[in-house]
Design a binder for this molecule. Structure first.
Ligand code: GDP
Length: 197
């Protein structure tokens, strides 16, 4: 599914410029610095994807990548970056909400959460938005290599407990690391199931 080519389709700074809906779309979201670029690189084996998303001017946009003609990977702009001024945050929120509401082919949002910290208030706010828009999501803990063996299950259980208080049912919480590749196969399998449906 992942071996082969990944082509940049487009960057959408506004709703008017979203590419047409075609095939299954899956999106990656998370706080700035959560490790999203590294994870997308580890997942696809290509550095160009994330580099594109870190290009100044594209960091506040939705970036669409065609993966082998099988599905579209959407890299959502990182949130919670303190240096971003208020007007930009408002524009971000508006774009994201409009995208999430109107995208019938969006199969799932992979919500990246820093494994060292667990859910922060800002993450919970974004989850509220996803629940309101009835968008399906799966929590992916990042930087799992930073956790001691004894901390892993407690961190996962903590996130599961927070999810259990939410209105919908959720797929399993995954723990990943771009450093030691743990959880990458499970994440690929999760995506493959969505693409096959
Ligand atoms: P993004 O802003 O969400 O795209 O995050 P990046 O992928 O650019 O990573 C942010 C920082 O976290 C960088 O310093 C990375 O080296 C570090 N990082 C990313 N993934 C991992 C990981 O799996 N383990 C550890 N320990 N650090 C990571």
């Amino acid at each position: 599914l992942f071996a082969g080519t990944a082509d940049f389709v487009s960057a959408a700074p506004s709703l008017g410029s979203l590419p047409p809906m075609r095939g299954v779309e899956i999106a990656f979201a998370g706080r700035s610095n959560v490790g999203k670029s590294s994870l997308v690189n580890a997942l696809t084996g290509r550095n160009t994807l994330a580099r594109t998303s870190h290009t100044p001017g594209r960091t506040q946009q939705l970036n669409f990548f065609d993966i082998n003609g099988r599905f579209t990977l959407v890299d959502m702009p990182g949130y919670g970056f303190a240096a971003v001024e208020k007007a930009k945050v408002a524009a971000w929120t508006e774009l994201i909400h409009a995208y999430l509401r109107g995208r019938a082919n969006l199969a799932r949002v992979y919500m990246l959460i820093d494994g060292r910290h667990g859910l922060k208030t800002i993450d919970t706010d974004v989850l509220d938005g996803l629940d309101k828009a009835a968008v399906s999501y799966q929590i992916v803990l990042t930087k799992g290599d930073e956790l001691k063996k004894s901390e892993v299950s407690a961190r996962i259980r903590g996130v599961e407990a927070a999810l259990a208080r939410r209105p919908a049912a959720y797929p399993e919480v995954l723990l990943t690391s771009s450093r030691d590749a743990r959880g990458i196969a499970e994440l690929r399998a999760s995506i493959a199931r969505l693409v096959a449906e």
